[in-house]
Design a protein around this ligand. Structure first.
Ligand SMILES: Cc1cc2nc3c(=O)[nH]c(=O)nc-3n(C[C@H](O)[C@H](O)[C@H](O)COP(=O)(O)OP(=O)(O)OC[C@H]3O[C@@H](n4cnc5c(N)ncnc54)[C@H](O)[C@@H]3O)c2cc1C
Length: 522
């Protein structure tokens, strides 16, 4: 008895839930494959930090990063229905015009920025992002800082409602054409059958028509093979989708060889072009009386329970802004203008995020009262790579984001720290801030600031780009997200973004997923 599915969607995260909803709304029967729990353990916004290293987190880490003092950087990724929206900071930042224009160039003649805008409108209606119900004093003061900005300080919209976090899984409510399959996909199966990688007869023509997937044997409540008559859509995220492709024999020759996987289709771009936002936390001391919510009071609890507001509603990243970065004044660091993968001149800009606590990796309640002004480059130049270490799908992938491998990124991040310092010394923050603890007043030279960045900069959790879209010959997917050289196989998630969005990427990913699924549905 064949599985009753038209499409299999591998991964029920930000993109996977949108794709499932669009296809189901148009009458297709969907098998949505996702390991992990259905509901997030907590809806309290800042509790995402507690989800790290739990069953809701794939809990990856990078290879040692030479430019970050050899540190391995933790890479949490959401696991369970909703994907990374279960454990993210909930910020809903719509793509800016510059992002839409850049993305539309990747679409070639297939679709336009106007099509993207139409999809954005639709997913925004589904998500109904709301503005924060409460702001900390650090955030309120930051909103009043006057400084020329590309996007002035503003409160971030969020995927939330009165009861707290909303995940992408809520888009599936009432969709009765979607069947949830609990499991983790090992690899895609193709028309010739279910042979293990490397076991097909030598010289045999290998099919590129996807027919189903092979589930990891640890998914005990599911059959190991699931098929679909119209194809397979990988929505496993920028670290998951390229690894599934490679385990299926589609990828770069060197990785396939190392893993002992017989090539089905050589696609050198799979797993390359990994881009992430690297954030430098600048921590400023505050008077003890300004310490943020040390312990929720009965009043805080009541406000949270009754109206979803008060300090417990904080996502610890309530407000932010985008500033231009001027580094070309210094002849020592003058360099050619950066161009992105579609040849467009990229803007040199930074995003600034305000956290009302001392925050390196977690809010530190034992540290002096503080606020953190985090700065990241909107469009870093550094590129890295992700690849599976073996054919064994239970092994964590090797992740090398190549942080700061482009020297200009470090130069610009030093300038960005300068912006954070200027913001902290502008009214109305200046009269409130009593000192700088990171990088620290004694680390104000360029060399010392660089050392601090190497030692303390962190991921902002935005890896993208590892199955990049291109209308031309290179790249992994075409503008309809179909894996080049294959039939009935698509990647639709953060992996297809050839350039990193200049802001928090979730809204962009859900928008693109909507557009791709709409085109696929007809
Ligand atoms: C801690 C954190 C904070 C963040 N904060 C923000 C924010 O505030 N705003 C913002 O815009 N962005 C934020 N992001 C980034 C944003 O959440 C992600 O970019 C986005 O959710 C990625 O969407 P996706 O669909 O590509 O992947 P995901 O949402 O990660 O979905 C991938 C899904 O595939 C599943 N999967 C993986 N491998 C397999 C397999 N082999 N078989 C079956 N299923 C599989 C996973 O379990 C997961 O559910 C944050 C991310 C993190 C981790």
């Amino acid at each position: 008895m064949p599985d009753p599915f038209d499409f299999l969607i591998v991964g029920g995260g930000s993109a996977g839930c949108v794709v499932a909803r669009v296809l189901a709304d148009r009458g297709w029967r969907i098998g949505l494959i996702e390991p992990g729990p259905d509901q997030p353990a907590s809806k309290v916004p800042a509790d995402y930090l507690r989800a790290f290293r739990s069953a809701e987190d794939w809990d990856f880490e990078t290879e040692p990063q030479p430019a970050l003092a050899g540190r391995r950087i933790r890479q949490p990724r959401g696991r369970g229905l909703g994907g990374s929206t279960r454990i993210n900071a909930m910020i809903w930042y719509p793509p800016r015009d510059v992002d839409l224009r850049r993305l539309a160039r990747h679409g070639g003649t297939h679709w336009s920025a106007a099509d993207l805008r139409a999809s954005l409108t639709e997913v925004t209606t589904w998500v109904s992002p709301e503005s924060p119900r409460w702001l900390s004093e650090a955030s309120s003061r930051f909103l009043k800082v006057a400084r020329p900005a590309i996007e002035p300080p503003h409160a971030y919209h969020r995927m939330s409602d009165r009861s707290g976090r909303r995940t992408a899984a809520e888009l599936l409510t009432g969709c009765d054409r979607i069947r949830r399959i609990t499991g983790s996909v090992d690899r895609v199966l193709f028309a010739e059958g279910t042979e293990s990688p490397g076991l097909a007869p030598a010289g045999a023509e290998r099919s590129t028509r996807a027919t189903g997937v092979w589930l990891r044997p640890d998914a005990l409540d599911s059959p190991h093979v699931v098929s679909a008559n119209r194809g397979v859509i990988l929505c496993s995220g920028s670290l998951g989708s390229p690894c599934i492709l490679i385990r299926s024999g589609i990828g770069p020759r060197d990785v396939l060889q190392t893993c002992g996987i017989r090539p089905r289709l050589l696609l050198e771009a799979v797993g390359r072009n990994l881009i992430d936002h690297l954030i430098m936390p600048c921590i400023f001391e505050l008077p003890e009386s300004a310490r943020f919510a040390p312990r929720p009071t009965p009043r805080d609890l009541a406000r949270w329970q009754v109206s979803g507001s008060g300090p417990l509603s904080s996502n610890l990243a309530e407000v932010g802004a985008i500033y231009p970065l001027v580094v070309d004044d210094n002849p020592k660091i003058r360099r050619p203008r950066q161009t992105d993968t579609v040849g467009q001149t990229a803007e040199t800009a930074i995003q600034v995020h305000v956290t009302p606590t001392h925050y390196l990796l977690h809010p530190d309640s034992r540290a002096p009262a503080a606020m953190t002004i985090g700065v990241n480059l909107c469009q870093p130049r550094s590129r890295g790579r992700v690849w599976p270490v073996s054919v064994d799908s239970t092994a964590a992938p090797s992740i090398d984001p190549g942080y700061l491998t482009s020297p200009e990124d470090l130069t610009e991040l030093v300038a960005a720290v300068g912006v954070a310092r200027e913001l902290a010394s502008s009214p109305p923050l200046a009269s409130w801030v009593c000192g700088e603890s990171l990088p620290g007043v004694r680390r104000d030279s360029t060399a010392a600031t660089e050392r601090a960045i190497r030692r303390y900069a962190q991921t902002l959790y935005h890896p993208v780009g590892t199955c990049r879209m291109s209308a031309l010959g290179d790249g992994v997917v075409d503008p309809d997200c179909r894996v080049k050289g294959t039939h009935n196989l698509w990647v639709i998630d953060a992996a297809v973004l050839g350039d990193i969005p200049s802001v928090n990427p979730n809204a962009t990913i859900m928008m693109l997923a909507h557009l791709a699924a709409t085109r696929l549905a007809v």
